[in-house]
Design a protein around this ligand. Sequence first.
Ligand code: CTP
Length: 404
Amino acid sequence: MLTDQNVGLFITGGIASYKMAELARLLIKQGANVRVVMSRSATEFITPMTLQILTKNEVLTDTFEERHPEFVQHVEMAQWADIAIVAPATANVIGKIANGIADEIVSTTLLAHDKPLIIAPAMNDRMLSNPATKRNLALLEEDGHTIIEPDTGFLAEGYEARGRLPELTRIVDVVIKRHVQKGLRQLLHGKKVVVTAGGTVERIDPVRYISNDSSGKMGYALARAAEWYGGDVHLISTKKSMVAPEGVTVEYVESAREMQEAVERQYDDAQFVVMAAAVSDYRVKNKADQKIKKSGDSSDLVIDLEENPDILAGLGAKKKHQTLIGFAAETENLIENAMSKIKRKNADWIIANDVSKDGSGFNVDTNEVTIISSDKSVYQLPEMTKLDAALSIWQTVLEAEDRS
Ligand code: CTP
């Protein structure tokens, strides 16, 4: 998602500096060109050589070590970077950037960088809650910079508190969002979007259940992309172990009926509802309250099933201003079956995919979808990552709605 983007990684001296080798790798894996600038304190925690080898670029550590007579290195670096990330950002560098102080290579280069920064503070909890640090962070936000909230967790000091560097994947997410958003019209600005994701879980007893192969990836990608389009996104998910997308509110549910209740609670003021979840059509009728014990005789072990509500059809029946987007996982007659689902469920759009194909459907990172509207327009997309597919789905839907 960051192909050919120039990312400047500015490392200052905190214990989390050692994680920057991995952050550089993750950014490079996304296609970015990465160049690193390190404060002298950062070099106490991780060597410039490590970052030079990983990024295949020279690392700047000293304002006066001018190796290229044809330009001034910190000015050239500041202009080269399309995106600049300060991570980990110490209280010291936060104070300097907020107040325009330039007295070493990181702060001097950042003063010459004229685009908003992404700043990931990481420090001791008391330093973080110091009024001076809070004041400086507030100033940076006022200036339009993005601050990634530090996590609460096990600090280097040996206790749990706020101040940990966030998961690196969260930092990468913010960088991707900043880059992708530049090219997107904020067509969902001020609009509430509800997305469901994952396979519902129907309990047999407290430790056993019936579910399906849905990974939740397509729903999460749609939620992420909707947020990038400016939406106020509420994700209803069965996947507690998946990392919540940045800026998205996540509510966890288990069964189809819990999902139905959660969606209906959000329905009245929602503009878009995306039913990407794989909802179990049936639930266990004779659910056991206690764990079913092995008795040695399985002849009386029967699981009775009863039908679950069809959430999408229920929403379709009471639709007012909402746009309803459903999915159709098919193994044959894709378009025909999807068209009949649109009608049956009173949806506005159906995203159909042939789950029998290799790069499509459950548990893979790619998808090949066909977007079908209630006015029978058909848009066939090639196989692409689920995130790219999510962006294309929103683009198709939002541009069509914008035209009508
Ligand atoms: N869906 C739903 N509630 C259900 C079943 C499905 O809201 N009880 C939604 C899904 O989230 C999806 C769409 O309906 O957006 C189609 O789901 P799918 O499983 O393909 O269709 P079914 O209606 O279950 O029909 P079939 O299994 O016969 O293909």
